[in-house]
Ligand binder design. Sequence first.
Ligand SMILES: Nc1nc2c(ncn2[C@@H]2O[C@H](COP(=O)(O)OP(=O)(O)OP(=O)(O)O)[C@@H](O)[C@H]2O)c(=O)[nH]1
Length: 391
Amino acid sequence: MNSPSSQIPVIVLTGFLGSGKTTLLNHLLRACRGTRIGAIVNDFGSIEIDAMTVAGQLGDSTVSLGNGCLCCAVDASELDVYLDRLTRPAARLDVIVIEASGLAEPQELVKMLLASENPRIVYGGLVEVVDAAEYDATRDKHPEIERHLAVADLVVLNKADRVDAADLARLRGSLATAAAVVESAYGRVDPELFFDRRPVTERVGQLAFDDLLDDLPAPGECAEGHRGCHGHDHLHAGYESVAFTSDVPLDPRRLMAFLDTRPEGLYRIKGFVDFGAADRGNRYGLHAVGRFLRFHPEPWPRGQRRRTDLVLIGAGIDASALEAQLAGCVTDRPDETPADHAMWGVLRYVPEPEDPEESGESGESGAQEGAEGAGGTEEAGEFTELPGPVG
Ligand SMILES: Nc1nc2c(ncn2[C@@H]2O[C@H](COP(=O)(O)OP(=O)(O)OP(=O)(O)O)[C@@H](O)[C@H]2O)c(=O)[nH]1
């Protein structure tokens, strides 16, 4: 079974035409500082090849679908071909981003991803980019945007520089989403929201190039360096993270009760859980994004101190309340072996190697539920490779 650390998260990046998906992807590429990002780019003939290549790193880590809409141009097995290519060990990718066409049905993409037979990937969340300046007009013309927002795990309210603070606050309130919402200008969100960056020691070889890129203005950014952007481009604006550590094991039922009722703004939970006597041999990797939840048991590494380490990331969350809730998940009887069924709730979220569960049939993932019912296959997409890496 693949541990969470060996699986590559695949993030679906979607949003209406011109909302800023490519800009955001470019920002991630520039700000990732050595984390290797693979991209599947799908557009209607307007791929910003130049911008993406300048942003670096992509080369053969990119597959591009030249024509048509990803959600109706490929079926799950075709998507698997692209994913197989990007997840081959030689590519050494840390994360894959699928930038979906502005017209794509995101639920359909998520459904295909969950149906993937590739054991090296894990669903990394559905990110919907919204153009703050155009949202009202877009919703009038395309009411389906509400459906997209409803299934998103994270909403990036982009182009915050184009609206005033009052409008931004109104928009936030009116978005038909339960997901975490972060504001951004030019897609400048903290990459940690999307993926774990490689530790510095593992990316020394790429630092020089990344540092150079850090100093460059982003493609498409305002030449004045964001003057008039109302300060919305701060990387850390809009979300909080909470770190929780416990040397006393957690009670599986209490943790599940917490996870079942976790606040909607809580976008990510990651880390390892010690369930103590409930399973002495294993630690449980925890991966949650939006409503998607998975546990990955794996033997404790030799010599590793047994404890729970979790990081929670969200927008509009009450950090001290979350800390208190997690503290309440600690077991009262660390030395007592709990009844067998104590772990049942956790085991529901442990993927079986050959289980079709990743096809979206089980679990309480909102994305999975939202993935039902979308449809349509038409023409096949073109499959081309972008030019080789720069730098
Ligand atoms: N003012 C402003 N312009 C932005 C921002 N983000 C992106 N843009 C501009 O908006 C335009 C569209 O951005 P893209 O990143 O290409 O949008 P997209 O969603 O990838 O577009 P499609 O692929 O056509 O759906 C570009 O001219 C960007 O420079 C922002 O936060 N503020």
